[in-house]
Design a protein around this ligand. Structure first.
Ligand SMILES: *[C@@H]1O[C@H](CO)[C@@H](O)[C@H](O)[C@H]1NC(C)=O
Ligand SMILES: *[C@@H]1O[C@H](CO)[C@@H](O)[C@H](O)[C@H]1NC(C)=O
Ligand SMILES: *[C@@H]1O[C@H](CO)[C@@H](O)[C@H](O)[C@H]1NC(C)=O
Length: 347
């Protein structure tokens, strides 16, 4: 048996340009099989030009498994063997063709493609003892998509994680959103990778700032004062610094902004003494599950030894753990870079 390609596979004629060559064959409907050079395991005839094409359905990928007895004559040059007289060229779409020769079997070649073309050429000088391979096919499976923090992934179409399946990422609205609010879909492509319509990087969910789930309409100023309903000021932070109280606000999932004077009692307070509570609207609530500081950053120009100069009275606190936002804890928006505000005017 020289080559297992039988004549019935020769006939997908327009795709199989066998009239150009003296040997070979095309396979379109077999998911595994065996191919070998003419007369294998005996030496190949001279002056061959063989073409083999394996094409399987697009949801499959072809793997070639060359047997150990592989010998295609090569010319030895200073750079190593060079395939000038006899060679087997393996061509996979969108990739540089591989020219094989010499005495070492290439072993396993996973093409990640549903089609592969082999061109076998022998010269009238030298001797090629030939090659033999088993090919098999695998279902293209892209694997489980990367999970998305504060979001998730749904299936839009397709079967499991297989070829041409389409998935879509979404963020946990209304607390998180995808950048630009766009819908990001990924498709399982032939190279077993999830590829998106934008770039192939798993998106990130961005916290939504300044949009409490409940709005205060009536209480714009503290005159007389009224209790704030739950969830209306979700960025408010109660700080306890060694028993002293202070206020802060959530500006990101790992950052609290407060006044420098709260973080400085002559010297910067030590981060271990700072406890922060979020999602509260009532000071009389029992204070449980504090959040701790990883580091404290007082504005470098804050300089207020006698409590008279409140310029640069800003400090940032980096938290030990990332906050997951919900209706009771959400960040406030920071002004745009370079924004200016008129002093003495509210809001
Ligand atoms: C490749 O073929 C060899 C025998 O020639 C076999 O032992 C091996 O398991 C095959 N590898 C794969 C991945 O099919
Ligand atoms: C985003 O995807 C969802 C679910 O597939 C769909 O309901 C919504 O209309 C899409 N939005 C945009 C802007 O395409
Ligand atoms: C919001 O998250 C905080 C901290 O994880 C939790 O204690 C609180 O119960 C959550 N609130 C709601 C309304 O889910």
């Amino acid at each position: 048996m020289n080559s297992s390609i039988s004549s019935s596979y020769y006939n997908n004629s327009c795709l199989c340009p066998l009239f150009l060559v003296s040997c070979g064959g095309c396979i379109f409907d077999k998911n595994k099989g065996h191919l070998a050079s003419p007369r294998y395991p005996h030496p190949s005839p001279p002056l061959l030009s063989c073409l083999y094409i394996i094409t399987v359905e697009p949801s499959l990928t072809v793997t070639l498994n060359f047997t150990d007895s592989f010998h295609i004559d090569s010319m030895d040059t200073e750079q190593g063997p060079s395939c000038v007289r006899h060679w087997l060229q393996v061509s996979i779409p969108d990739r540089e063709p591989m020219k094989l020769c010499g005495g070492k079997s290439p072993g396993l070649i996973a093409t990640n493609s549903n089609t592969v073309r082999l061109d076998y050429h022998t010269d009238d000088e030298g001797l090629s003892r030939g090659w033999s391979l088993d090919y098999s096919t695998y279902k293209i499976d892209c694997g489980e998509p990367e999970p998305l923090l504060n979001g998730g992934v749904i299936f839009l179409s397709g079967f499991q994680y297989q070829y041409r399946s389409v998935i879509q990422y979404h963020c946990n609205e209304p607390f998180y959103t995808l950048p630009g609010g766009i819908n990001v879909t990924f498709t399982c492509e032939a190279d077993r990778k999830w590829r998106s319509n934008h770039n192939d990087v798993t998106p990130t969910c961005i916290p939504v700032c300044g949009k409490p789930t409940k709005l205060i309409s009536a209480y714009q100023r503290i005159i007389g004062g009224s209790d704030a309903p739950d969830d209306t000021i979700p960025w408010q932070v109660l700080m306890n610094i060694d028993g002293a109280r202070g206020g802060g606000m959530v500006i990101g999932d790992r950052w609290i902004m407060t006044a420098a004077n709260v973080m400085s009692k002559g010297n910067q307070v030590s981060k271990e003494t700072v406890r922060m509570y979020m999602g509260l609207t009532d000071l009389k609530t029992q204070l449980v599950s504090p959040v701790y500081a990883a580091s404290i950053h007082i504005h470098p120009e804050y300089n207020n030894p006698n409590n008279v100069d409140f310029n640069h009275d800003i400090a940032l606190i980096k938290l030990q753990d990332v906050i997951t936002f919900n209706s009771s804890i959400m960040p406030i928006c920071l002004p745009a870079e370079g924004a200016t505000y008129v002093t003495g005017v509210m809001g």
